[in-house]
Design a protein around this ligand. Structure first.
Ligand code: GRF
Length: 209
């Protein structure tokens, strides 16, 4: 990808081919598979983790998988991930618990076409320990954010957010479990809306139609 490649997106208005990037259990991947939105075509699941349960979920759904292990070089890793996604026919990426940060070349290749889900109400609590940080801060309400990825971590135009209340006696595990229930409905909805071309970014803000 060193030569600044571009992709002519074959946006047919009502169908987008997505590659899902996942490092872990893949429950969000499963929710998107189970939603079976007709406009959403999952063409591949790419993981940096050979033992990710997400890979088994993909295989169970007949989705081709690939493992690209982190080799310490962000540019090269990003290039390999993007090449794999593009070769599978992907026009957009869904980050679903993908624990690696992609280099900016990925955003150039998929402009406003990389989705991420984060377990807090961004811009509060970015980072890998969002649920823990929300609990430690003593907030009474946290939640879920789905956004387009830009060149900053857990940042970019916000597509959808939903609240989750923090209750007395919550632990990181209990709160994350309730957050994940919300994730499993909001992510398929947003992916479906993107595939139906209902979401535009204008001057850095998302507009739904
Ligand atoms: C989710 O909580 C998501 O918000 C965060 O990573 C977790 C992935 O969970 N980015 P799963 O692998 O989809 O179960």
């Amino acid at each position: 990808m060193g030569s600044a490649p571009t992709i002519a997106f074959r946006l047919r208005g009502v169908l987008i081919r997505f590659a899902v990037l996942a490092s872990g259990s893949g429950s969000n991947l499963q929710a998107i598979i189970d939603a079976a939105e007709p406009e959403v075509q999952l063409v591949s699941v790419v993981s940096d983790n050979p033992t990710a349960a997400a890979l088994a979920r993909a295989e169970g759904a007949g989705i081709p998988t690939a493992v690209i292990e982190w080799d310490g070089d962000r540019s090269r890793f990003t290039e390999r991930v993007c090449d794999t996604a593009v070769e599978s026919g992907a026009e957009a990426l869904i980050l679903a618990g993908f624990m690696r940060i992609l280099a900016p070349a990925a955003i150039e290749l998929f402009p406003s076409r990389i989705l991420n889900i984060h377990p807090s109400l961004l811009p509060s609590f970015p980072g890998a320990r969002a649920v823990e940080a929300a609990l430690a801060a003593g907030v009474r309400i946290t939640g879920v954010t789905v956004h387009f990825v830009d060149d900053r971590v857990d940042h970019g135009p916000i597509i959808a957010q939903r609240c989750v209340e923090v209750v007395a006696g919550d632990s990181v595990e209990l709160l994350h479990r309730r957050i994940q229930l919300v994730e499993h409905s909001i992510y398929p909805e947003v992916v479906g809306a993107v595939a139906r071309n209902r979401i535009r970014v204008v001057e850095g803000k998302v507009i739904w139609s």
